[in-house]
Design a protein around this ligand. Sequence first.
Ligand SMILES: *Cc1c(COP(=O)(O)O)cnc(C)c1O
Length: 381
Amino acid sequence: MKLHPSTLVVHSGVEPEEHTGASSVPIFMGSTFHQKDIDTPQPFDYSRSGNPTRQAVEETIALLEGGTRGFAFASGIAAMSTCLGLFGAGDHLIATRDIYGGTYRLLDKVWSNFGVETTFVDATDIEAIRSAARPNTRGLVLETPSNPTLSITDLRACASLAKERGWLTIVDNTFMTPCLQKPLELGIDIVVHSATKFLGGHSDLIAGAIVVKDDKLGKRIGFLQNAFGAILSPHDSWLLLRGIKTLAVRMEVSQRGAAQVAEYLSGHPKVKRVYYPGLSSHRGQEIHRQQAKGAGAVLSFDLGGKDEVKKLFAHIKLPLVAVSLGGVESILSYPATMSHAAMEPAEREKRGIGPGLVRLSVGLENPDDLKADLEEALKAL
Ligand SMILES: *Cc1c(COP(=O)(O)O)cnc(C)c1O
């Protein structure tokens, strides 16, 4: 039976507990497991290598993404680092230019020290990817919609180019979640998540995930997860599992709110520009529609300058002004000093991250309240 995401989030990977029938997966805190017979391997031996609570959340995420194996990590960046462990000295990668700041830092400042070179390109342009290719190119690191200008990369076209050249494709699916976009079904090899955001959904957890479909790739990631050891704890695995149960309804409500707020901001005289894949003015909207089920709950808008941003932040009441996104509460952030602080100002400008750019992750508040709050705060500009 092919189940919808809203059913899967509640039922996948979670059988009633074997011994007691408990509705919730127990938090198995054991670091190690008694081995009945040293010649016969048991499902679990040591919690870095595998833990029943972590396994439950890993299976859930794998099912949601349409993969065969899932892996849970201590953070989104731990997941990305582990994934990049697939590459080594002499390898070349091509990455989306406006990728998450922490991923940029990892590629530009850490992996570069191990002899892995990355070329950052405007991935909305498949020709730019093609011309960045080198004989030693091994992988493509993508994010769509990207952060924070929500530019759209054609995942099917990238997957097909990569297959032709024998490159591995990695997509950070944090902004969309499997409820709205399933990269593995579009031919992508590896999905990475910051589960800190929508998957966890309550701004009370740092976590990450990887999902793959291919068996051999699953074994390699499994090896790397154990080798690096940046695993998600049993307690946090349980918290993530609990968050995921409401993922589908949260995405639906937040997305509806985001569409209304984006529409409202587009008509506001003090707002210079709105970036949201659900607006007909958004570049790449058509491609996005072909590869995703919705525009998501994150939008960005430009107020012209930093002074305007400071005034808005001083007067806004409902959203948190914070790093992060994907929570039950709306979150306003300032990419220039928050998510993209790791990027040099010149690099930020190249990506359209000007001093007036603000990112808004819409939560579960009534959209009329959010609009009224913005209306009041924008009067101060
Ligand atoms: C937050 C974020 C990350 C990093 O995840 P952490 O859980 O903070 O380590 C990676 N990619 C995207 C798109 C993010 O928003």
